[in-house]
Ligand binder design. Structure first.
Ligand code: ADP
Ligand code: MG
Length: 233
């Protein structure tokens, strides 16, 4: 299992009072799995992704990536694991405004702990290829402010693949896209899963995308209320 979560709880203090937004989440994802997380707004989907990716620490419980418990690790150690193994696409994209599309895509390559990984020609070529695959071959030198919301989202997707992560987390990948572009992004995600063997965990409201997943986890009120289609069950 490439991801294992046990008894995860996330409680925020809000207005001086504790607010539990995830409770007793138990989840294991097999390598090369394709999991869609669905559920109403506020059900804890984004929070869950952040915990599984090691971006945030849970109030309780454990997350293991590739067998390694993230709990005892320092912020730097977790950052290193993310740089090496994890791609993440945020709902808000989080592109760097002073860098072009191509430069944004190259950021994770430069952060990769293995210095031979980012050898310039190969990294540059892969970054251009990824931008082409998301339909942005003609936008490599555009800055985020010169791109539409959907284009920025696709740059964020290309950036998340750039370090060839074993696990890719994506929050609402088709949320800002028109039908045709959305379909192209879905096809790309499926290709990454089947051909590049990337484990995919994504949050979506898109029925078409959820249907392509191997497994659908439904969150409600911070708990898993159903988990269907698991091949490892
Ligand atoms: P979803 O992605 O399913 O819409 P989220 O995981 O973003 O849900 O949020 C779940 C709940 O946690 C929401 O009620 C949200 O207001 C609350 N929440 C999220 N982040 C914080 C935070 N940093 N502090 C306080 N409450 C938060
Ligand atoms: Mg969300």
């Amino acid at each position: 299992m490439i991801i294992q979560a046990e008894h995860l709880e996330q409680t925020y203090i809000s207005g001086g009072r504790p607010l539990t937004v995830l409770r007793d989440i138990n989840l294991a994802v097999e390598s090369q799995g394709f999991v869609a997380v669905v559920g109403p707004s506020g059900s804890g989907k984004t929070t869950l992704l952040g915990l599984l990716a090691g971006l945030d620490r849970p109030t309780r419980g454990t997350v293991r990536i590739d067998g390694q418990d993230l709990g005892p690790l320092s912020e730097d150690e977790r950052a290193r694991i993310r740089a090496e193994k994890i791609g993440f696409v945020f709902q808000t994209f989080q592109l760097i405004p002073t860098l072009t599309a191509l430069e944004n895509v190259l950021v994770p390559v430069e952060l990769h702990p293995d210095p031979t990984f980012g050898r310039r020609e190969r990294a540059d070529q892969r970054a251009r290829e990824l931008l082409a695959r998301v339909g942005l071959a003609q936008r490599t030198h555009h800055y985020p402010a010169q791109l539409s919301g959907g284009e920025q989202q696709r740059v964020a997707l290309a950036r998340a693949f750039a370090n060839e992560p074993r696990i890719l987390f994506v929050d609402e990948p088709t949320g800002n896209l028109d039908t045709d572009t959305g379909r192209a992004v879905i096809d790309l995600l499926v290709t990454l899963n089947t051909e590049e063997r990337t484990t995919l965990v994504l949050v979506t409201h898109d029925q078409e995308l959820a249907r392509r997943a191997h497994r659908v986890i439904h969150l409600s009120g911070g708990a898993i209320v159903s988990d269907t289609g698991s091949r490892s069950a």
